[in-house]
Structures are given as structure tokens and as C-alpha cells.
Design a protein around this ligand. Structure first.
Ligand SMILES: Nc1nc2c(c(=O)[nH]1)N[C@@H](CN(C=O)c1ccc(C(=O)N[C@@H](CCC(=O)O)C(=O)O)cc1)CN2
Length: 284
């Protein structure tokens, strides 16, 4: 039995952060300190942990942190006011609203209020429209991280068959758009809850990206021997974190990004990249 080559997002993210630290130093010599803003609403422990990680990363590369925390009882107007404050804050090169927001908040209305030039997540409708049209703009962090991780590991993309499982707004849907740009030119099957036979689509794929948030959804019998597999979605249980990909896939896949230390650190590294790029562009 073979064991898949590790797609090590932690190591790749460390390389990216070292490159970014040098670019931040260059900005500082020009009198520019890039700042990342985050808006976190409520008490979800995972969201607090992700946002904490983003600010630890900022400290490592020299990016300033602007943290906004609102209680779970915050109203739509409270969240929108926080967005407008960061839109107007000259110390903030870009910011994110940590998702998911509490159920009583209209997420689309909040995201639409972000100044598109400060949209560090690339999730504003203007920036998603730019992505569709092929106009440069900030790109969603997880899909950008997935493509960068594949490239850094010499996994070919152009002309290859991808099966993306899950079509949420932070991963699957924008990943499908990015993979079909002329710079990537992959063939993509985007599977979702209503897909008739997801396993059949996965079995013919050269690369499987599992971002459904269903623990161990993808088993070894779903994978073509030698294929590349990325376990993106996670489920938190009392026993720990379970990925969308069953650990036995390791025996069939050619290379594998694990649910921890795979795509997650790349998501964070791409957020920093979006901030540094925004600071380098300067205010329009
Ligand atoms: N505004 C956004 N909200 C959310 C996004 C996003 O891209 N923008 N994505 C996810 C969460 N996420 C980023 O916010 C994220 C997920 C995972 C990781 C990460 O580094 N994971 C670690 C494991 C962490 C752990 O043990 O819990 C890893 O893979 O090694 C970073 C960021 C939803 N919300």
C-alpha cells in the first residue's frame, strides 16, 4: 500500500509569510504600515480561534491589527456601522467580516457594504463579478490558497479534471470560477447536496476538493489511484476535528492535503497576501 505525498500547507504558508514580511518591511520604509481589520460577531469558539490566528499571523509579518468584536445580540445596524467605520479608517488596508454571522444578520447586505477596494476576502459582489469577468481584484482566500498549494507542489491544473464537492461562497463556488479561468483552465465538476452520484464524479477526477463540511464523506473507494485530494471541510467532534476525507484515502491518493495543516494555513496566508497587495496598490 502506498502513502500519499503530504500537501503541507503549514510549510507553504511559512514560506509565503517570510516573503510577505519582506514586502511589509519595504512598505514601511515608504511610510506605509498595512493594517488588517476583522469584524467578529458573537461567541462561536471556532470563529474566535480563526480570527485569533489571523492576528497572530499579522504580528509575525509586521501587519497592524484592527480587531472589532460585537456581541451575539448585535443588530444589523450595529454590524453595518462597524463595516462603515473600517471603510473609513485610513489605517485599515483591508478587512474581513468573519463568517458565519449569527442567523438574524443579513450576511449579503453586510458583505455588500464593504468598500470593494478594502475587501480582503474577495467576497464583495463587485469583486466576485470581476472574477467572473477576468478583471484583476482581490481573490477569495481559500480557493486562492488551494491553487497556490497545488502550484507549489507541482500538481498540474490545466486540462485536468477537478471534482469540487460543496458549493459554498467561501470555497466551492469561487474555486470553480477560479479553476476555469484561462490561467488555470481546468475542467470542473461542482457537486452539491442534490448531485445524484457524487462518488461517480469523484472517481474520474484527477483532483478532488472536499469542502462540504460532512465528516469522512469521501472514502478510498471514491478516489482514482494516484489522484490529488484536498480535505477542506471540517467537523468538530468531542474526539477532535474530522475532515471531509476519510484518513484511509491516504492509501489510494497520490497526494493529500489533510484537514489540519493543509488548506487552513494557506487560507490565512492568502488573507495576508490580499492585505499586502492592497497596501502596495495604495488608496485609489
Ligand atoms: N470571512 C471569512 N470567514 C470564513 C472563511 C473565510 O475565508 N473568510 N473561511 C472559514 C474559516 N477560516 C477562515 O476564516 C479558516 C479556517 C481554518 C483555518 C486554519 O488555519 N485551520 C487550521 C486548524 C485550526 C483548528 O485547529 O481549529 C489548520 O488547517 O491547520 C484558518 C482559517 C469560515 N469562515
Amino acid at each position: 500500500m502506498t502513502t500519499a505525498t503530504l500537501l503541507d500547507g503549514k510549510a507553504a504558508a511559512a514560506e509565503i509569510k517570510a516573503e510577505l514580511a519582506a514586502r511589509v518591511q519595504a512598505l514601511k520604509t515608504r511610510g506605509v504600515t498595512p493594517g488588517l481589520g476583522t469584524i467578529l460577531v458573537g461567541d462561536d469558539p471556532a470563529s474566535h480561534s480563526y480570527v485569533g490566528g489571523k492576528h497572530r499571523d499579522c504580528a509575525q509579518v509586521g501587519i497592524a491589527s484592527i480587531r472589532v468584536e460585537l456581541p451575539a445580540t448585535a443588530s444589523q445596524a450595529d454590524v453595518e456601522a462597524a463595516v462603515l467605520r473600517l471603510n473609513a479608517d485610513p489605517a485599515c488596508a483591508g478587512f474581513i467580516v468573519q463568517l458565519p454571522l449569527p442567523a438574524h444578520i443579513d450576511t449579503h447586505a453586510v458583505l455588500e457594504l464593504i468598500d470593494p477596494t478594502k475587501d480582503a476576502d474577495g467576497l464583495h459582489p463587485t469583486n466576485l463579478g470581476r472574477l467572473v469577468l477576468g478583471i484583476p481584484g482581490p481573490l477569495p482566500c481559500t480557493p486562492r490558497g488551494i491553487i497556490d498549494l497545488l502550484r507549489r507542489n507541482q500538481v498540474a491544473i490545466t486540462g485536468r479534471q477537478f471534482c469540487v464537492i460543496g458549493c459554498g461562497i467561501t470555497v466551492g463556488r469561487p474555486l470553480g470560477l477560479m479553476l476555469t479561468r484561462s490561467t488555470e483552465y481546468a475542467t470542473v465538476t461542482l457537486c452539491h447536496e442534490a448531485t445524484q452520484d457524487t462518488a461517480a464524479h469523484a472517481r474520474v477526477a484527477d483532483v478532488v476538493v472536499a469542502a462540504a463540511g460532512v465528516a469522512h464523506l469521501v472514502g478510498p473507494d471514491w478516489i482514482k489511484p494516484g489522484a490529488t485530494v484536498l480535505s477542506v471541510g471540517i467537523t468538530r467532534t468531542v474526539e477532535g476535528i474530522l475532515g471531509d476525507v476519510h484518513p484511509d484515502v491516504d492509501q489510494v491518493a497520490g497526494s493529500l492535503a489533510p484537514p489540519v495543516g493543509g488548506v487552513g494555513p494557506m487560507t490565512r496566508a492568502m488573507l495576508l497576501t490580499n492585505i499586502v497587495e492592497a497596501a502596495e496598490r495604495g488608496r485609489p
